[in-house]
Design a protein around this ligand. Structure first.
Ligand code: MCA
Ligand code: AMP
Length: 498
């Protein structure tokens, strides 16, 4: 399915679209800032508006400090903090140095942090949580840990901005289809081509101002919201957390034109009596999880907005989007974005993709890389259908994944933790439909006594990020298994629906 011409504005031919032009993320950003040093780029509550010149200067200082600390091109730097201009400066600095950012979810607990550190072997970790220092050092005592202001010593004059399109920019941890989190290695070219495609498809221009309340440690907030705004030369207003009143207030205050969010954010915004503030936006985008058709319609009824739903993955950045012009179809994700090819393979039909945006593989995982691709096509693990007008819909998942409020939860990871709890003999974790979160994490356990929701929440919450805690736990005598001994999760879900 090579239907991306459907995203092009009138007068632009497919053959004229150039998504890469040998550039990198920082080469594009730095050029914009040099050309318009006095132009406001990022806003955060602490710094106010930060201009291009300041981003150039501050990122250079931080890059020199990291270089002095021994970070060389290709080395990894772990980065985890609440959204702020300071975090953006650190991100830009790492990339200008030619090093690779490992964006890491700030809700991670000790075992998750230790895994990422042992696997990715960063040279420096820039983190805001004091307790992470100990966790990082227990995995690797040689990592230099510093705060988001990167108060490291400076020294020799290191040359910046020498990175190439094919060089890695990010290692983003995701569990892919199975197993422990692995690092998806995304190059500058992967990330830049994706935002170039969005720039065209969403008619993103320097006149836009985006309200960004998504965290900057996952693809949606970082790879779409931040990278896109910086590449286009548009403005971005960073909110340190998602708060309904703050988002709605910021739209008017900053004369914003765009908002990007996950479905849970839209359902919360809609509950506000001030939801009509969304009316003034040029574009509202939803992604990371399915946007229910009813929610799509309710948002339109209340605010007049036809939310544009799109589909992406950590491994591929953005893949498919509803059109800017033309029908934004509820329940569908739309057409492949510029440069992206999509095909459906097998029965049930798996969505497979190709394009300059698709990563080259997982960090140091040759076996899993062989499984992840078939004839050069990346297997998404999502199941799809294409309707007669060419709209793609995601109809299910071949992979075991729960998406709760836009965050991914891998049942296996939660099961491994629950199994460590002494009273538990065996367990299974499933996702069930949930109005607020899209899907909710539910645990089934076998034990000699009744296990309470709170017990499991606390046990898991001490070991894994808060959003991975099961909302409810059911104690059973046995788990249903098929003839091969595999737990029948669909039968478990059936038990709680009745
Ligand atoms: C918070 N809680 C959650 C979640 N978030 N539980 C399940 N799932 C969640 N996602 C818990 C809190 O621990 C708390 O538990 C209770 O819910 C209420 O917390 P609250 O303060 O209301 O939540 P919040 O801090 O406002 O967070 C809700 C949120 C957040 C803003 C929707 O989950 C969020 O930022 N989601 C976006 C995730 C994201 O960026 N995904 C993009 C991945 P208790 O009451 O017990 O203390 S990138 C991706 O998927 C691909 C590439 C793509 O296509 O984009
Ligand atoms: P992640 O591993 O965080 O990159 O999550 C990627 C997964 O999120 C995809 O494989 C899909 O299952 C899901 N996803 C992203 N966008 C959408 C969407 N608009 N509708 C349904 N699922 C989505």
């Amino acid at each position: 399915m090579n239907a991306w011409h459907r995203h092009l504005p009138e007068g632009l031919e497919q053959s004229e679209v150039e998504l890469l032009a040998g550039e990198t993320l920082p080469s594009v950003w730095v050029r914009q800032w040099r050309e318009q040093p006095q132009r406001a780029v990022i806003h955060d509550p602490e710094s106010g508006w930060v201009k291009g010149q300041e981003l150039l200067d501050r990122s250079e200082v931080v890059a020199q400090r990291l270089g002095h600390a021994g970070v060389e091109p290709g080395d990894r730097v772990l980065l985890s903090a609440t959204s702020s201009a300071e975090l953006v400066v650190a991100h830009v600095a790492i990339l200008r140095l030619g090093a690779v950012v490992m964006p890491t979810n700030g809700a991670y607990r000790a075992e998750e942090v230790e895994h990422v550190v042992s696997d990715g072997r960063p040279k420096v970790a820039i983190v805001e949580q004091p307790e992470w220092r100990e966790w990082i050092h227990s995995a690797d005592p040689s990592v230099a840990v510093t705060s988001p202001s990167v108060e490291l010593e400076t020294g020799r004059n290191i040359r910046l901005d020498r990175t190439e399109t094919t060089d890695p920019a990010l290692i983003a941890y995701t569990s892919g289809t199975t197993g422990r989190p692995k690092g998806a290695v995304l190059s500058h070219g992967n990330l830049l081509s994706s935002v170039r495609g969005l720039e065209i498809a969403w008619r993103w221009t320097p006149d836009d101002t985006l309200i960004l309340a998504l965290p900057l440690f996952h693809m949606h907030g970082l790879g779409v919201g931040l990278h896109g705004s910086l590449a286009v030369g548009a403005k971005v207003v960073l909110l340190s957390e998602f708060n309904v009143d703050e988002v709605l207030h910021s739209i008017a205050k900053f004369d914003a034109t765009m908002f990007f969010g996950v479905p849970t954010m839209y359902s919360r915004l809609l509950e506000s009596p001030k939801a009509t503030e969304l009316e003034q936006l040029r574009l509202c985008v939803s992604g990371s999880a399915p946007l229910a058709a009813e929610l799509h319609q309710s948002i339109h009824r209340v605010t007049g907005q036809h939310v544009l739903e799109r589909y992406g993955m950590t491994e591929t950045a953005m893949l498919v989007s509803n059109p800017y012009e033309g029908e934004r179809r509820p329940g569908a994700v739309g057409f492949p974005l510029p440069g992206v090819e999509v095909r459906l393979e097998g029965d049930p039909a798996e969505i497979q993709v190709k394009g300059p945006n698709v990563f080259s593989g997982y960090w140091e995982r040759p076996d899993e890389n062989t499984e992840a691709f078939v004839d050069g096509w990346f297997r998404t693990g999502d199941l799809g259908a294409i309707d007669p007008e060419g709209y793609l819909s995601i109809v299910g998942r071949a992979k075991e994944l729960i998406i709760s409020g836009g965050f991914n939860v891998y049942p296996r990871e939660v099961e491994d933790v629950i199994s460590q709890y002494e009273p538990i003999q065996e367990c299974a974790v499933v996702g069930v439909p949930d109005e607020e979160w899209g899907e909710a994490v539910i645990a089934f356990v076998v034990a000699d006594r009744e296990i309470s929701d709170e017990e499991i929440k606390n046990f898991v919450g001490e070991r894994l990020a808060h959003y991975k805690r099961p909302r409810r736990t059911y104690t059973l005598k046995t788990l249903p298994r098929n003839a091969l001994g595999k737990i029948q999760k669909n039968r478990l879900v059936g038990q709680i629906e009745t």
